[in-house]
Design a protein around this ligand. Sequence first.
Ligand code: ATP
Length: 307
Amino acid sequence: MTVSVVDVVDFRKTYGDFVAVDGISFDVRRGEIFGLLGPNGAGKTTTLECLEGLRAPDGGSLRVAGIDPVREPHRLRGVIGVQLQSAGLPDSITPGEAMRLFCAYRGVAPRFDLLARLGLSEKRDAQYHTLSGGQQRRLALALAVANDPMVLFLDEPTAGLDVPSRVELHNLMNELRTAGTTIILATHDMAEAEEMSDRVAILLEGSIAAVGTPREITATGAGLTKVSVRTQGASLSGPDTTFPAVRRAVHEGDYSIFFSTDIGPTVAAIITHVEAIDDSLIDLRVERPSLEDRFLEITDSANAEGI
Ligand code: ATP
């Protein structure tokens, strides 16, 4: 049986007259990584902040591990970990001191191993304001997971991280998930969301436009697969060159790109055509539609409808 750890029912949040989140519902199951996606201003941070007990909702119901974040903020603090977009630590605190203080506050032993794991050993005694942006984010992450939270909230965790730190963060997230931690991840990085999330919700102007596994969400789109082909000669560049199942073709640099609903007949016909006129293939790549393609499709159609 799947157990939901985060329950959001008809959640609404306004700032004055402005409706930032307009009655959304979703649940997140134990041990799941749940991606919260959406363009700037969609309501992701507002939703996270209400779940974290930092803001009070104006309607609906929120539960995190069965706890109402507004009524029981102290209990909530014992079960969640939060990596904020900005950690807001004092300038002069060092990572070592921050870890010691934070863990003392939570009543757990300090996790200096996490500082080492996130590449902060050498900076353990450096003042916070001297850390680079990426190092400050890594410290925020180390503090967020130090109390072994049941639910971890990550807001843009990889923004500004270099490639090794990003890989380390993803490894850590996978380990936490395996250990049963539930992770809610707000991100603009579609490749990250697709790779890491078990399910995602796409928020648009305070409403949920789509929810499901990345595969389910990409499957409900136009579903055009991209076939990029480069040939020695100009056999594909003619305006009248058409192939079965191709809905759209463009030419970019040395490549002819075909968007196909059925790659089997498309690729077979391209190869036959190239060989028939004594041209030769240099490169042929097939890319299935990505979550980013589907995300852009959803946001573009909402913009076109003036939502
Ligand atoms: P981003 O991707 O840019 O971080 P987001 O999806 O996290 O965006 P929110 O920060 O939740 O979006 O903001 C949702 C909407 O609510 C935005 O239009 C924002 O301007 C507005 N908003 C957020 N906080 C406040 C506030 N304290 N007062 C007034 N409006 C606010």
